[in-house]
Design a protein. Sequence first.
Length: 303
Amino acid sequence: MHKNRFFRLAVIFLVSLAFVACGATTNTQNLPIPTASPPANNAATTNSETVQKVVALTPLTADIIYQLDRTKIVGVSGSKIISNDSRFKGITTVSGEQTPPNLEKIVALKPDFVVGAAGFHDKTMERLQQLGIKTLLTQVKSWKALEELTVNLARSLDADPEPLLKRYQTFLADIPNRNYSTLILVSRQPILSPNQTSWAGDFLQQFKLKNLAAQLQGTSPLRGYVTLSPEKILQANPEIILLVDTGDQILEKFKSDSFWNQLQAVKNNRVYIFDYYGLVNPGSIDSIEKACSQLKQILETKT
């Protein structure tokens, strides 16, 4: 079942252009990789008035909105990230873990602003726009996009984005100057790695690491990610490998591959497991912070 995980995700992407993961789970076989779709933070607005009631259809936007002005969020997605967060208890859930938003539930909340993910919530947003409800489609595949989204949401809420923007900058403070050659591996069959047009690729750039897949282009339908062969990985021979926890013992499976023990990262014990959220999908502000802290600790470790 896990073997075909990303092939199924590719089909899902091509059919629905799914972009944002609906929630955290220990079994990540159904978690889509954030992909390149329409320009970040496209907004379709009906007016410039300050909004009062907001529905957030992704965990990240719910988190940002809550921290900007917790009094205005009236609806959220049914993701595990949200359901496990006590801050959102009592707030109406308008979608399931892996199901589209319920338009009737959203409308019943009488929101004047709904925030969703580009490529995943487009049809819902079109319907809401027809009803005269202000909408915002988001895409976060870079640090700059995260900051722009925060400013955009703050403007709509008439809130101050500076505290959050300053917090983001603390995540990137005091980064050790280590220009290690690095590969992020998000799956084994096929072997996928993010290039520079993804959140994960930009993440490495923020930490001044040399992403060996940065300039690569591939045939993967998951844009922003390239398919690598064992031969290509051996040729690149990264100093550091970041493995994304897929819930299916991905490290043990890589260890069974003949090429694995030939890599300098493996020989030098420089293979590290990361959570899906924070590194591959922003997920939440806390997820981003945890990924940044983990990577700082790795870079502080002397070889």
